[in-house]
Design a protein around this ligand. Sequence first.
Ligand SMILES: Nc1ncnc2c1ncn2[C@@H]1O[C@H](COP(=O)(O)OP(=O)(O)OP(=O)(O)O)[C@@H](O)[C@H]1O
Ligand SMILES: [Mg+2]
Length: 563
Amino acid sequence: MPAPAFGNGRRAPVEKFAPTPSQVEELKLCARDPIYFANKYCKIKHPHRGTLLLKTYPFQDKCLRSFQKHRFNIVLKSRQLGLSTISAAYSVWLALFRRDKNILVIATKLSTAKNFIIKVAKILDNLPPWMRICDYDKNQQEVRFENGSQIKAVPTTEDAGRSEALSLLIIDEAAFVRNFEEIWAALFPTLSEGGGAIVLSTPNGVGGQYYDLWAGSETNGLGDDAVGDNGFHPIRLPWDVHPEHDQDYFEATSKKLGPRKTAQELLCDFLSSGETFLKAATVSWLNKEQRPPISREGPEGAVWVWREPEKNHKYLIGADVARGDANDNSTFVVIDMTVGDVVAEYQGKIYPDGMAEVLDLYGRRYNTALVAVEANTYGNHTLIDLKKLGYPNIFYRTAPAHSVEKHYAGPKDKAGFDTQTASRMEALVRFEDSMRCHVVTPRSSRYYEEVQSFVWLDEKPQAKKNKRDDLIMATAIACWVYRTYFENYRLSCKANGAHSSTEKPLFAYMSRTSTLFSGYGRPPAAMTSDYQRARQAHAEAQEKAKRLQQAAQDDDQLKWLLS
Ligand SMILES: Nc1ncnc2c1ncn2[C@@H]1O[C@H](COP(=O)(O)OP(=O)(O)OP(=O)(O)O)[C@@H](O)[C@H]1O
Ligand SMILES: [Mg+2]
């Protein structure tokens, strides 16, 4: 039986005749310059205007020039700028005027892959016969040329194109391609013979392979033709590069899209385009609050210090302990409870017993800070060692509020913060509102990096694939302890005049004259009811603390009598 014919059996009618001298000149011009070729001979299908000649916009010319000049290009784009169209035109140019070019397009789904080939076919089928210098055949996903070139478009699958050596790889809507990490890892070696790549996408939050490629391509203003550390040439195309997009277009479109989609589809804004657990405004505040540490010390210089301990200030340490030799890091954060700043932080690989020593050291240094350790398997080892070291201020989850810092542990008392699904969420809720309301101010770039890729995934706040959240968890535990037991502490410092004038008041966000909300006119209504609830909780907590203090004194007397 004869092998089935490639394509749909419809071969392009190629007239084999010698081009005239002027046609030869024209072919030479086209072969040299994809912009000339596109503008003079490429036809596209416009949704309202029908079939028309592709008259490229200046930003499209810049892209075509970059595709030709740079081996690796990454485009961060807003929607509907004609990037698929010019990538199709560029692919046709490369395949037709060069021999043996193997071009692979990866798209998010089959229909998008087929659409790419439709654009390619539209251009090819509308070329004047003398311009089709070689025969070609096509099906819905592939065009093969007589000169050995081919253009193939496939939907995303893990082993897409794994075995073929590629001349050009185009990844469309890369930030939305499933398993892009794996696909990139499999395809990158196929470009080793000198192949290039064009990676196109609108943003989809911080983190992930596309984000990492973009971040690695940033050239810090070194000029239009600069290439980033990872060899990629970055091209950023927000909505207003398009000459037909004016302010009215932006306003009408963004009204329809809403803020998150506007960030994604029009503004090329990574931060606001993803489902980060912390809201974009909080993340951007954290960005501004970053400071270089005054010292890097301890194991491998991984303890960063922003402020030395101050007399009469109270400190709290939240810690998350990992195995020490695996991927996860052990972490701790030291919060100055008197002012709410993170004053020191650790992130590194250390065994649980070593972690106990580091916590003992820094706990004592920071005025015998209250140490709250996540009591998972490794954390329990750390807690046992911390007790052996005689550390005097360990957090016990069974401790009543008034005695949390001077709790006499009984045999049934459990040290540390127990992370179950519910308590993890509780800690994260306290973490979120501590950050949003600027109650706790972190300074660290390591922490900021985690925050950007800490997202809602499968209805659960967690780190994106290959990203970490260990500093976030240490901070969340500290925030939970701080807000649960010491919410009123800073208020009482203030009432007693123990507050320096540079400190942020705990409930600054609730004040109508607060500088945190200058520019917003007035605080959102939700804040006002937060304020009322907090006031009420404060009064109740004070009342309860008084009663419990009395009871504790009785207990202490009893202990003394019985000993
Ligand atoms: N230079 C141009 N002149 C007129 N129309 C154009 C031009 N370039 C592209 N178009 C048209 O603009 C529309 C969008 O093009 P295309 O799909 O290539 O954009 P895109 O940036 O890939 O969009 P998306 O963000 O949806 O992937 C198409 O209808 C295309 O025909
Ligand atoms: Mg497209």
